[in-house]
Design a binder for this molecule. Structure first.
Ligand code: TXA
Ligand code: MG
Length: 368
């Protein structure tokens, strides 16, 4: 694509400057693309009513056009016209419990949502973010804003201004830089378009928290959902891949670190190896050829999740040849963290465990 002039502005997260917001909102209304922070990750936004703006989002990301976008709203008044019929009690209770916040709801769409936004599906994904800059921008634009995560397709979502600028400077009309992508993983996506609620993407709002509000929900991998078509088109694409190949060690802490150390022994010292580890284990990775980065303490799943994407991008900046990652218990928030980590390493497991033998894509790396 042709490189364009990108307006880059720093915005105070808590008190967004009105003039800057109004300028960005004008761009949105005129069919431009504006990158803005949310409490999860940065998004690339355009008005759902601008065919040109929506086309530019797909072009800027290099995103396949069959992968639908989430529509961001600032109020229920803005949301109602997007969906078919009145909201069900189930939807109302979820909105009351979790909005504004990191929960995306998939609902039957109305005729007001143009097909390119939803990749021709008859459903629409809606979310009301709580980041003050996102809210101010949507309110000032006065139109729902379609926004996927602000990264080149296939790369980690961006949670920091410099990562957005690396990926999208020259590809979008404006970038609003700000603090406050405090969650660091994308929103939980819940499909409510059928009778059975389906968790399409785990996030910081966990399955258990949702079940406390609406009762039993299922995950698409579960045998309870008999559907050969992927429910969320985005699930079939590569995600979050760092530049270097990444392998994940599984099992308890002792077997994971043992597997990583055994693997390290098989490499020449000239190979630069990134280690994605934790406060509890970083002390064990001291060799000069290692770039060990801790996600934080294992007791702080939320903190570790918030640092995952920026850490994956630091490995790119350190030019490592290979990344070896520890893994985490898949409970609560750990489900979201592990979902992103598995995708980032393409499901490649370093040490096979009997309990994991149904996982696809296991490889053994030979030493180089
Ligand atoms: O936290 C987030 O959700 C961020 C911020 C910017 O809001 N956005 C985000 O968007 O992660 P994106 O496009 O990177 O991921 C949206 C996911 C994709 O996997 C997409 O396929 C799925 O939601 N999706 C969107 N609309 C859908 C629909 N109508 N039915 C099923 N899946 C849908
Ligand atoms: Mg994304």
């Amino acid at each position: 694509m042709l490189k364009k002039e990108t307006m880059i502005r720093s915005i105070d997260a808590m008190h967004p400057n009105k003039l800057e917001i109004d300028l960005a909102a004008d761009l949105i209304r005129q069919g431009g693309t504006v990158v803005f922070p949310t409490e999860t990750v940065y998004g690339i936004g355009a008005s759902i009513h601008s065919t040109e703006g929506i086309r530019k989002i797909f072009e800027a990301k290099g995103r396949p056009s069959d992968n639908p976008l989430i529509v961001h709203v600032a109020s229920l008044e803005m949301m109602h016209p997007l969906v078919k019929g009145p909201l069900s009690p189930r939807v109302i209770s979820l909105i009351e419990s979790f909005w504004p916040g990191p929960l995306t709801l998939i609902l039957e769409k109305s005729k007001n949502v143009p097909d390119p936004v939803t990749a021709n599906l008859d459903t629409v994904a809606v979310r009301m973010p709580r980041h003050p800059v996102a809210r101010a921008l949507i309110e000032a634009a006065g139109v729902p804003i379609a926004a996927p995560s602000a990264n080149l397709s296939g790369k980690s979502s961006a949670t920091r201004a410099n990562h957005v600028i690396d990926d999208l400077n020259g590809r979008v009309d404006a970038i609003l830089c700000s603090d406050g992508c405090e969650i660091g993983l994308e929103s939980t996506v819940l499909d409510l378009s059928g009778d059975q609620a389906v968790l399409l993407r785990p996030g910081i709002i966990t399955k258990e928290e949702i079940e406390n509000v609406i009762g039993n929900i299922v995950s698409p991998t579960s045998h309870e959902v008999s559907d050969s078509v992927p429910r969320s088109p985005g699930m079939k694409y590569t995600h979050y891949a760092p530049k270097a190949p990444m392998l994940m060690a599984v099992g308890d802490l002792a077997s994971m670190t043992e597997a990583i150390h055994a693997q390290l022994m098989s490499y020449d010292r000239s190979v630069r190896i990134g280690i994605l580890c934790t406060d509890e284990t970083i002390g064990g990775y001291t060799d000069e050829n290692l770039v060990a980065i801790s996600l934080g303490s294992r007791s702080d799943l939320r903190g570790m999740s918030s640092r995952l994407f920026s850490t994956l991008r630091s490995f790119d900046e350190s030019n490592v040849d290979l990344i070896l990652a520890e893994s985490f218990p898949e409970v609560g928030i750990g489900e979201a963290l592990m979902n992103r980590l598995r995708k980032a390493c393409g499901n490649r497991i370093l040490n096979q465990e009997s309990t994991m033998d149904e996982r696809p894509g296991i490889v053994s790396m030979s030493s180089r």
